[in-house]
Design a binder for this molecule. Structure first.
Ligand SMILES: [Zn+2]
Length: 295
């Protein structure tokens, strides 16, 4: 992935629709055009409407067809700018900010574009966490923030795992779960963590009898009441980010927000490629419609 370091460099490169088109074309087809239907590489280019027509099967396709931007009518420069802003703004941005910054006509249209970009932030490949991992659960939403127990009404339980390596943290995974039950937490662990890993949890009985892993529950002591310091940092940062960026916590779309947070967190040391990674993800992710999102 080609690094895009600064806003200055970005502006110098993406000066026109043509420049955005060329960049997207090379990202989409790094080895040249391939017909999505028959795989043929020979094509006509209908430049007026930027369509590629396969010489073999006559199928017509565009740079955004079949991608997360499918059937969006924004200029390519708006799409590229939106991905740049979403990926490089440290705390992310709301649909209203996106609308204002890019002059998108309606809030709904900006919101849909942002949701589609978030869709491209969903985990792919399912690379599991390895080695040593802290696992905990928290609650998001409702009128008061909190952990387990009372006050948890209307809150959504979220399972959190983060790789730990001495003093540093590696990658994280955050998934909504229907309850902090043994079944749900074990399923989260099996989905997100490679077998054989060393897992640290607190003493919640739901984590008991964890098969396929080395499980070391940690007990609180007077001297140490934070037995899962790394995962608690992830949770604290998540809550701060949600509070600071979104006025109303979108419980229905919470997993998308968790995906966005995880995408950023797992690339916090790769900021120079985060824009091109996300743009590439947008081109290789199937779209999601307004009806899907509202359904
Ligand atoms: Zn074809």
């Amino acid at each position: 992935m080609e690094p895009i370091l600064t806003l200055y460099e970005f502006q110098k490169r993406f000066t026109s629709e043509e420049a955005c088109f060329e960049y997207l074309k090379n990202l989409h087809w790094p080895n040249g055009f391939r017909c999505p239907v028959c795989g043929n590489s020979e094509h006509y280019f209908l430049s007026g409407n930027r369509l590629f027509q396969c010489k073999n099967c006559k199928h017509q396709t565009s740079i955004t067809a079949g991608t997360v931007f499918h059937k969006l009518h924004h200029p390519l420069s708006v799409l590229v700018w939106a991905v740049y802003l979403v990926s490089t703004t440290k705390k992310g941005l709301s649909a209203m900010e996106l609308q204002r910054k890019l002059g998108i006509r309606s809030y709904k249209s900006a919101w849909l574009l942002l949701q589609k970009i978030r869709q491209a932030m969903s985990p792919v490949g399912r690379l599991k966490l390895t080695a040593e991992v802290e696992v905990d659960e928290t609650y998001i939403g409702g009128s008061r923030e909190g952990k387990r127990g009372r006050g948890a009404e209307n809150k959504i339980p979220v399972a959190v795992a983060v790789e730990t390596d001495g003093k540093t943290m590696g990658r994280a995974r955050l998934n909504t779960v229907s309850s902090p039950s043994r079944e749900d937490l074990h399923a989260f662990i099996h989905t997100c963590i490679a077998p054989g890993a060393l897992i640290h949890t607190d003493g919640l009985p739901s984590y008991g009898c964890l098969e396929g892993y080395h499980h070391e529950p940690r007990k609180k002591t007077k001297a140490n009441d934070d037995v899962l310091p790394k995962v608690h940092i992830v949770v604290a940062n998540l809550k701060m980010w949600l509070r600071g960026t979104y006025n109303r916590l979108p419980s229905k779309h919470l997993q998308r927000y968790l995906n966005e947070y995880t995408f950023r967190f797992n690339r916090r040391w790769n900021l120079e490629t985060i824009f091109s990674t996300l743009l590439w993800r947008c081109l290789s992710t199937h779209t999601i419609t307004f009806a899907d999102l509202k359904g």
